[in-house]
Design a protein around this ligand. Structure first.
Ligand SMILES: NC(=O)c1ccc[n+]([C@@H]2O[C@H](COP(=O)([O-])OP(=O)(O)OC[C@H]3O[C@@H](n4cnc5c(N)ncnc54)[C@H](OP(=O)(O)O)[C@@H]3O)[C@@H](O)[C@H]2O)c1
Length: 285
């Protein structure tokens, strides 16, 4: 029997890519499957599925710093994940869940899967609690990722738009990490499921050199035919000076990829994925 997937968060960056990858799957957005509502889970005949992939999340990092945002982040990123883990447990499903580099404070230069959680922000706390919840499902894959770029508004599309408008932005030069293009994340999910890798947590980003957001912004300006010097590198402290409601962010986000590589998955370099993504953006514009 072929695998049967139920996927949440249809309209997000990852959800859209999973919809394309698995045309046979049931993929539902918030309007038809609110992951925080216990009634959602009761409305599904889970005997039809063997895998539950959670692509839904509250991803507004700064928004989660308000009391209302903190509540929402907890409900969506942690409490709902416990509902999923309980559902997976009850119906013998494999649960696939996505974690974040923001579960760490960034004091370590490189992060392995077993580093103790030290979140700085409410978003990071909610994601850390979500990981703990997901891990209560006996059959789970938690893919910990960072700096996700897919179909939607993201750092690259924003920088391209600024370059096109001749706006000269200040961009932080002390947050260091690697981009994760959504197709790589989707391939990694597919690989872990098909390879029947040992259940657990796996770091997943593109490979290659770790860089700052400012370096990536300069690359985007160059690709847009603009002067990379139009981007002014600033520290995180300088960037957020005088701004209210900003979540603290880890300065070091590089995730060690050895564990997923040992399963036979080879993440591509982020620069080559950027070239593919860029070509795709140009074709669409
Ligand atoms: N983006 C990053 O840089 C980044 C970095 C590290 C980890 N991650 C993790 O990667 C995963 C995928 O992120 P992404 O970039 O694809 O996120 P995204 O584009 O923000 O998509 C999240 C989706 O979740 C949906 N959602 C929110 N609350 C929901 C609810 N109660 N019920 C059902 N759906 C709900 C949203 O629906 P609406 O469209 O209705 O709002 C949205 O479509 C998340 O777990 C995220 O935490 C992301």
């Amino acid at each position: 029997m072929s695998a049967s997937y139920f996927i949440t968060g249809a309209n997000g960056q990852l959800g859209k890519a999973l919809t394309k990858k698995y045309p046979e799957a049931t993929v539902l957005g918030r309007d038809s499957f609110d992951i925080t509502d216990p009634a959602s889970y009761e409305s599904i005949d889970w005997s039809k599925y063997d895998t539950l992939i959670n692509a839904a999340a509250m991803t507004n990092v700064d928004g989660a710093e308000s009391p209302e945002g903190e509540r929402l982040a907890r409900q969506v990123n942690a409490d709902a994940v416990q509902l999923m883990a309980d559902t997976a447990n009850k119906h013998d499903l494999t649960l696939v869940h996505i974690s974040s580099d923001y579960v760490f404070d960034g004091s370590q230069e490189f992060h392995t899967e077993d580093e103790v959680f030290t979140p700085l922000s409410n978003y990071g706390k909610s994601k850390a609690n979500g990981d703990t919840a997901a891990a209560t499902a006996p059959k789970h894959y938690i893919l910990r990722t960072s700096w996700v770029i897919g179909d939607g508004k993201n750092f690259i599309s924003i920088m391209k738009s600024l370059a096109d408008q001749n706006i000269k932005p200040s961009v932080v030069n002390d947050q260091i990490g690697r981009l994760t293009f959504v197709p790589t994340l989707v391939d990694a999910i597919d690989h872990l499921l098909n390879a029947r890798a040992t259940f657990g947590t796996y770091n997943c980003t593109n490979s290659g050199e770790s860089v700052s957001w400012a370096e990536i912004a300069k690359l985007i300006f160059q690709k847009s035919g603009k002067n990379p010097d139009d981007v002014t590198p600033v520290t995180t402290e300088e960037y957020y000076a005088g701004k209210e409601g900003i979540a603290p962010r880890p300065l070091q986000s590089t995730l060690v990829l050895d564990k997923i590589i040992a399963t036979g998955f080879e993440p591509t370099d982020w620069r080559s994925e950027l070239d593919v993504y860029w070509k795709h953006m140009e074709e669409q514009s």
